[in-house]
Design a protein around this ligand. Structure first.
Ligand code: SAM
Ligand code: SF4
Ligand code: SF4
Length: 335
């Protein structure tokens, strides 16, 4: 039974943040100045166990979610995350099991993830220019380490591999054509993400966003593109194909072409709250009831109620919101 919200949007996707920790400090997500040595991440006992995540996933899939994505923070810094993958792969109703990672630990993890039943993988990489990339990730990694991660994913049998790149004006936008060319040659689907005003810490300004329109123009000027249909209604990426038949790119235009009308995503944070929007102010706690002994039916009721009263359409309203409100941080709920 698929549950629907106040705008009749079904629940289809669940994004699970398995940790609030990360080995990178991307300036647009976890700026190093704030997430320094002394920053207090969630203590272990406040983070959901694999058993708790699996139980909640079972309930949420019964309510309609079929696509499950593991994210974070950085999901691969959670110890033995492949065990969780295996547990989720066995949950009835899970139709698609995927993971988004910065790629750094993939040389150690790709094979185990594949064997555990992970079906697809998305790897984030913002530039092929080492200095630019280091500036964006708080100097935690060079480009080669992530390329090694991509190679490890290929060798483990992930195909196709999606690559995510956040585009920030004046930071990495001069490197997007090079990236497009590189991944076109290798047959991976590169997806550019418009820089978003998630959280409260990245000092986002509209002037820093490079629009989907501009991205397509810049790449199309060198390698002609034509638009493609969406694969399915709630797909977030706008798709374009190279006219010479050399594959496609995607653009996630959450700022200039919002897609709230088809948004079917629920997010589960590392500490066990569900959020019905990436830009939510607060979540609904499930860990409390879970640990106090609530039955599956009782938890299901909380989730039904939360989704049933969902009115989120932040990206469509963005232009009209006069005052910045307090929002959850991206690394909390994983994008
Ligand atoms: N650590 C993993 C990674 O980087 O792939 C998974 C979590 S990360 C929060 C998920 C995705 O959100 C990444 O592709 C990242 O680039 C993107 N992201 C984070 N902050 C963003 C922002 N302010 N605007 C657009 N995308 C953002
Ligand atoms: Fe870490 Fe991913 Fe956020 Fe970068 S975008 S700081 S890799 S969670
Ligand atoms: Fe979904 Fe919220 Fe993003 Fe709109 S702004 S697409 S409702 S997550």
């Amino acid at each position: 039974m698929t549950i629907r919200d106040t705008f009749n949007r079904p629940l289809r996707d669940l994004r699970i943040s398995v940790t609030d920790r990360c080995n990178f400090r991307c300036t647009y997500c976890m700026p190093a100045a704030i997430y320094g040595e002394s920053y207090k991440f969630l203590p272990r006992q406040q983070v959901l166990t694999f058993e708790e995540i699996t139980r909640l996933t079972g309930i949420i899939t019964r309510l309609g979610a079929v696509k499950i994505r593991l994210t974070g923070g950085e999901p691969l810094v959670r110890e033995q995350v492949e065990k969780l993958v295996a547990m989720l792969a066995a949950v009835e109703g899970v139709g698609d099991l995927t993971l988004t990672t910065n790629g750094y630990l993939l040389p150690q993890k790709a094979q185990a993830l594949r064997e555990a039943g992970l079906q697809r993988i998305t790897i984030s990489l913002d530039s092929l220019d080492d200095a630019v990339f280091r500036r964006m990730n708080g100097n935690r990694s060079g480009v080669q380490a992530v390329l090694d991660g991509i190679t490890a994913a290929e060798q483990a049998g992930f195909d196709p591999i999606k690559i995510n790149a956040v585009v920030q004006r004046g930071v990495n936008d001069h490197t997007i054509v090079d990236m497009a060319r590189y991944f076109k040659e290798r047959g991976h689907v590169l997806r550019f993400i418009e820089y978003m005003d998630v959280g409260n810490l990245n000092e986002w300004r509209m002037e820093d966003v490079v629009s989907a329109h501009d991205i397509v123009e810049r790449i199309g000027a060198e390698m002609p593109l034509e638009p493609l249909e969406r694969n399915y209604k709630s797909e977030v990426a706008l798709r374009y194909r190279y006219r010479d038949g050399g594959g496609e790119i995607g653009i996630i235009a959450s700022v200039t072409k919002p897609f709230c009308g088809a948004c079917s995503r629920m997010r589960l944070s590392a500490e066990g709250s569900i959020y019905t929007c990436l830009f939510a102010e607060k979540g609904t706690d499930l860990r409390g009831p879970l640990r106090e002994g609530a039955s599956d039916d009782e938890i299901e009721q909380i989730i039904r109620q939360t989704w049933g009263s969902r009115i989120d359409r932040y990206s469509e309203e963005r232009a009209g919101i006069p005052v910045r409100r307090k929002k959850v941080e991206m690394y909390h709920i994983g994008g």
